[in-house]
Design a protein around this ligand. Structure first.
Ligand SMILES: Nc1ncnc2c1ncn2[C@@H]1O[C@H](COP(=O)(O)OP(=O)(O)OP(=O)(O)O)[C@@H](O)[C@H]1O
Ligand SMILES: [Mg+2]
Length: 244
């Protein structure tokens, strides 16, 4: 994925300004930044949900502006806010969204079973989703994003406000996806999480990407990579601290 000069204004104020970066095939790329930095607005433009005011994005060589359908075939989106049907079971949610993505009934059912195993919910797949914990609901939402076997998966703050068990399941799911060759864009404001999970990180602040690199490369700009945290990197780059 290549983003070039992405810009979005809301009410005359730039939420995202001249953002350019590349996500390589099969990497976990973290977009790290505080509340309001522009992470979600960026993801929305990368995933064809929101049209940029300037700039363009290519996913697998296809422009989000001119070839939205081609892009949507290749991506999965797990939005920051849960998007599922609370009255339906996990299986029925997955099958429904799989059918929306163009799978046949048979394909959707088979894929739903595999996805449930992948997110660690196979034992409770027939329960209605409203009875699940927040973390389990989040895992169903990740499962929905996986129904069309995306090459590129967008996860927008997948671990905010959830229990440690679900958090670990999500880490395992993301690592397993990378091992299978899926590219992942992961936004978070948890620095330890980005440090542990991401191959490369883009640090975002006030609508701009202020640095891109591996965690070790970013830390080396500040000091000894073994003894520097991403919090210190953020402080160094922006003059401000990154708070949860
Ligand atoms: N639909 C909208 N209308 C007006 N302003 C918006 C809209 N969406 C985002 N903004 C503004 O754009 C800026 C960036 O918001 P965005 O949601 O992209 O940040 P974020 O990094 O995802 O933050 P968070 O960590 O809180 O999710 C913020 O100032 C926000 O208030
Ligand atoms: Mg956001």
């Amino acid at each position: 994925m290549e983003a070039e000069g992405l810009t979005k204004y809301f009410d005359g104020v730039a939420a995202v300004e001249d953002v350019s970066f590349v996500i390589r095939r099969k990497e976990i790329f973290g977009l790290l930044g505080p509340n309001g930095a522009g992470k979600t607005t960026t993801i929305r433009m990368l995933s064809t949900v929101l049209a940029p005011d300037a700039g363009d994005v290519c996913v697998g060589g296809h422009s989000v502006i001119r070839e939205g359908d081609e892009v949507r075939k290749r991506i999965g989106i797990c939005p920051q806010e849960l998007a599922l049907y609370p009255e339906l079971s996990a299986v029925d949610n997955l099958v429904f969204f799989g059918r929306m993505a163009g799978l046949s009934g048979h394909e959707a059912k088979a894929r739903a079973r595999a996805v449930l195993v992948g997110v660690g919910l196979e034992a409770r797949g027939s329960e209605v989703v409203k009875k699940y914990s927040g973390g389990m609901q989040r895992r169903v939402n990740i499962g929905i994003a996986l129904m069309n076997r995306p090459e590129l998966l967008f996860l927008d703050e997948p671990t905010v406000g959830i229990d440690p068990q679900s958090r670990n399941h999500i880490f395992e799911t993301v690592l397993a996806l990378r091992a299978e060759g899926t590219t992942v864009l992961y936004t978070t404001h948890y620095m330890e999480e980005a440090d542990r999970l991401c191959d490369r990180i883009g640090v975002m602040d006030r609508g701009r990407i202020v640095a891109v690199g591996t965690p070790a490369e970013l830390k080396r700009q500040v000091g000894d990579p073994d003894r520097t945290t991403l919090e210190e990197v953020f402080l160094h780059l922006t003059g401000r601290s990154l708070r949860d």
